[in-house]
Design a protein around this ligand. Structure first.
Ligand code: M6R
Length: 364
């Protein structure tokens, strides 16, 4: 049932302010402002290394979490595409854990990676949405994402629920390692509790994004740029746009612009820049200036402070409320999803069932 939405994807985008509190509700004690994980058969305090592996959107959730694990818990992380991880014969040291992330819990390469990690004696934590799936059954620890059934082939609410779950795991690891103080933890949990309200605010950008998608629908290629946790979001934005609108898109770390993709920039090339005002904002502004100087058209997704500071020509701005940097990836996902959605609707594609794609990739 799509409710009053035209597509399951739209319904699932709009459901996020409701499903995110379910997910956080499972891992957070709101009165104590602490993260509470289920009983784990491992000691997070003695984890020496984390390997993350997944495919597609789930991989990008892992790529955001890499920043969190390193910042909150000071644990080194390596992240790999599951189809590479499983064949690379990655050495996995005792004391490490492997985190697999999957909406369906049936993705062939992710499952094979889980089995590989287990064979090498790693404890495997699965962040999965389908609790009866093979990945959920075979993992040592299951952290459910509780997004509810996701029907649209393009993953939306499962992604933000993966982020919510991984944020909680990162905070719990930081606490267990003695890196985060209880004050840090309270502050982070309070920020998490703001997510549903901020998502509702972000959804209000929909009409503006619908207008803006007219520019994107005419483009042959679109570039997405971001730094820090917004870099994986740039990758996710490009994936989402390709999947459902069939427009070629690339996500890049903003700092890589000069190392190649800048050669593509001309007045026909829209560049979506995901840049809340944070500690790397100024750096991203100089990348935007480089794009503008070559006639590229910029769509800047930012907050008021960022919008005021970025005085670049040929720019459209999507302005989100100000928020703590930690939760920004969850909120900035919304405009990223809506950009792809509205562009695809305008192109007249089959948004929920894009050509050549399957919801669950059970063959390699
Ligand atoms: O079910 P999974 O999360 O394991 O699926 C992984 C990818 O196939 C999936 O995220 C794919 O990239 C989506 N269609 C993205 O929207």
């Amino acid at each position: 049932d799509k409710g009053n939405h035209r597509h399951f994807m739209a319904k699932e985008i709009y459901e996020q302010p409701e499903v995110i509190p379910h997910t956080f509700g499972h891992y957070i004690d709101p009165t104590k402002e602490t993260v509470v994980l289920p009983e784990l058969p491992l000691d997070l305090g003695s984890v020496t290394h984390i390997s993350i592996t997944a495919c597609g959107t789930a991989l990008y959730a892992g790529a955001v979490a890499e920043y969190w694990f390193e910042r909150f818990a000071r644990v080194p992380v390596s992240i790999d595409i599951a189809s590479e991880f499983r064949y690379r014969e990655t050495p996995l040291q005792p004391g490490g854990i492997t985190i697999v992330i999957s909406q369906s819990g049936e993705t062939a390469d992710t499952l094979a990676s889980l089995r590989y990690a287990k064979e090498l004696g790693q404890k495997v934590v699965a962040v999965v949405n389908v609790p009866t799936s093979t990945i959920a059954r075979e993992a040592d620890v299951v952290l459910p994402t509780l997004a509810g059934v996701e029907i649209g082939v393009a993953s939306t609410k499962a992604f933000t629920c993966q982020l919510a779950t991984l944020a909680c795991l990162a905070v719990a690891t930081g606490r267990a390692k003695g890196v985060l103080t209880s004050d840090d933890e309270h502050r982070l949990v309070r920020a998490m509790m703001e997510v549903p309200r901020l998502m509702t605010e972000a959804l209000k950008l929909s009409p503006e994004i619908e207008l803006l998608s007219r520019t994107l629908a005419k483009a042959q290629d679109v570039l997405y740029l971001g730094r820090g946790t917004n870099y994986p979001l740039a990758l996710e934005g490009a994936l989402k746009l390709k999947e459902i609108s069939y427009i070629h898109a690339e996500g890049y770390a903003a700092g890589e612009l000069k190392h190649g993709p800048i050669a593509l920039i001309d007045e026909k090339m829209p560049v979506v820049v995901i840049a809340p005002y944070d500690r790397v904002f100024e750096k991203t502004v100089s990348n935007m200036e480089e794009v503008a100087a070559r006639g590229g058209r910029i769509i800047l997704v930012t907050d008021q402070k960022g919008a005021d500071l970025a005085n670049v020509t040929a720019m459209q701005k999507l302005i989100l409320p100000e928020m703590p940097a930690t939760i920004a990836p969850l909120i900035y996902s919304i405009p990223v999803q809506l950009i792809a959605y509205h562009t695809a609707v305008l192109m007249g594609t089959d948004v929920d069932q894009p050509r050549n794609l399957a919801k669950s990739v059970t063959v390699e």
